[in-house]
Write a protein that binds this ligand. Structure first.
Ligand code: ATP
Length: 310
C-alpha cells in the first residue's frame, strides 16, 4: 500500500506510568521475568508529532543529556513506525518529533510511551486504519510496557507485563515524583534482584513462573481510597534498585516523614513515587522536599493512554 497522506502533521500525547504493584517471579527461557503488575498512567506526558516524509527520521527535545536517547533504529518510536509500515505494507516514511517530559531510564516507561504514541500517530498520518486490537499486537512486539502506554488508565499486566486487563480505579490519586538526573538500567536492576535472591535463598524452589496481583491491591484501587492503596503499594524490584542507589530509600523516608502516605520506587527506578492524600498534601510534601534541596513533580492518575491531540 502506498497512501500519500493529505494530513500535515499528527500530534499524539502518551502518558508515563507508575507500577503501584510489581511482583517479579522467575526468569523464563527467553530471559524475561514473569511479572504480575498494576500500572497506573499518570499526568506526565510524552508528545510525539508525526509529519509526512519519504524516509524515517527522528528528533528529540527536552533531554538533559542529548546522548541519552538514540536517534536510530534503537529508538523505540522509530522501531514502532517501521513495524507499523511493514505491517501495513506502507512504503513511505515519517519524520517523528519527540518532546520528552518523562525522565529517560526513570522506570516510568518513557520510551514505551514514545513507541505507543508513534504507532497511533503513524496510523493516523498514513491512514492505515488499524484496529485497537491490531495496534495492541504490534505494541506487544515492541516491548512489555508498550501495550499499557496505548491503553492508559489503570491495568493489570501479567505474563511479561504485556497481557493486559483493565482494573477498576475510582477517583484520582495524587503522586509526588522525585526524579534523578542519572537513569537506572532496567536489565541491571533485574540482574541485581536475581543476585540478591540467590544470596538470601529467597525461594526454597525456583521462583514461580506465573503470578497474580493480590486482591487487596485491586480492592484499594476500586475504593479510590488513597490511604488504603498506600497500604498495598509494593515493588519486588525496590530492594534491588535501593541496593544500587541507597539514596532512594532516604528519599522515600523523607517523603513519608513530610506527609506522604507511602512511597515506592517506580518500576526499575530510580524515580520515587510518593502517594499523597490529596493535591494539598502533595503540595506540602513538595515544599518539604524543596527545603531539603529536592525538586519534584506533582502528577495525578489515572489518565488515558496514547491520544491524538491534533
Ligand atoms: P522501562 O520501560 O524499561 O522501565 P524506563 O522508563 O526505565 O524503561 P526509558 O526512558 O523508556 O526507561 O528508556 C530506557 C532506555 O531505552 C534508554 O536508556 C534509551 O537508551 C533507550 N530508548 C530507546 N528509545 C527511547 C525513547 N524513545 N525514549 C527514551 N529512551 C529510549
Amino acid at each position: 500500500m502506498s497512501v500519500l497522506s493529505s494530513i500535515g502533521a499528527v500530534h499524539v500525547r502518551a502518558p508515563g506510568k507508575i507500577n503501584v504493584y510489581l511482583g517479579v517471579g522467575g526468569r523464563h527461557d527467553d530471559g524475561y521475568h514473569a511479572l504480575a503488575t498494576v500500572f497506573q498512567a499518570v499526568s506526565l506526558y510524552e508528545d510525539v508529532i508525526a509529519r509526512p516524509a519519504s524516509d524515517f527520521s527522528i528528533t528529540v527535545s527536552g533531554l538533559d543529556d542529548p546522548d541519552s536517547v538514540p536517534l536510530d533504529d534503537r529508538n523505540l518510536a522509530m522501531r514502532a513506525a517501521k513495524l507499523l509500515a511493514a505491517a501495513a505494507d506502507y512504503d513511505g516514511g515519517v519524520a517523528l518529533e519527540i518532546r520528552k517530559s518523562v525522565p529517560v531510564a526513570g522506570g516510568m516507561g518513557g520510551g514505551s510511551a514514545d513507541a505507543a504514541a508513534a504507532l497511533v500517530a503513524c496510523d493516523a498520518l498514513w491512514g492505515t486504519g488499524f484496529s485497537q486490537t491490531r495496534l495492541h499486537e504490534l505494541a506487544a512486539r515492541l516491548g512489555a510496557d508498550v501495550p499499557f502506554a496505548l491503553h492508559g488508565g489503570t491495568a493489570v499486566g501479567t505474563g511479561r507485563g504485556d497481557q493486559l486487563n483493565p482494573a477498576l480505579a475510582r477517583g484520582r490519586f495524587d503522586w509526588v515524583l522525585v526524579t534523578s538526573e542519572e537513569g537506572l538500567s532496567t536489565p541491571l536492576v533485574y540482574e541485581r534482584l536475581d543476585v540478591l535472591r540467590e544470596q538470601e535463598g529467597a525461594f526454597a524452589d525456583d521462583p514461580p513462573l506465573s503470578l497474580d496481583v493480590p486482591v487487596p491491591v485491586l480492592q484499594a484501587l476500586r475504593s479510590g481510597d488513597a490511604e488504603e492503596l498506600a497500604g498495598s503499594l509494593f515493588n519486588d524490584l525496590q530492594a534491588a534498585a535501593v541496593d544500587v542507589r541507597p539514596d532512594l530509600d532516604e528519599t522515600i523516608r523523607l517523603g513519608v516523614s513530610s506527609g506522604a502516605l507511602q512511597g515506592i520506587v517506580s518500576g526499575s527506578g530510580p524515580t520515587v513515587a510518593l502517594l499523597c492524600a490529596d493535591p494539598e498534601g502533595a503540595q506540602q510534601v513538595q515544599a518539604a522536599l524543596r527545603d531539603r534541596g529536592l525538586e519534584s513533580l506533582h502528577v495525578h492518575g489515572p489518565v488515558p493512554g496514547a491520544r491524538i491531540i491534533s
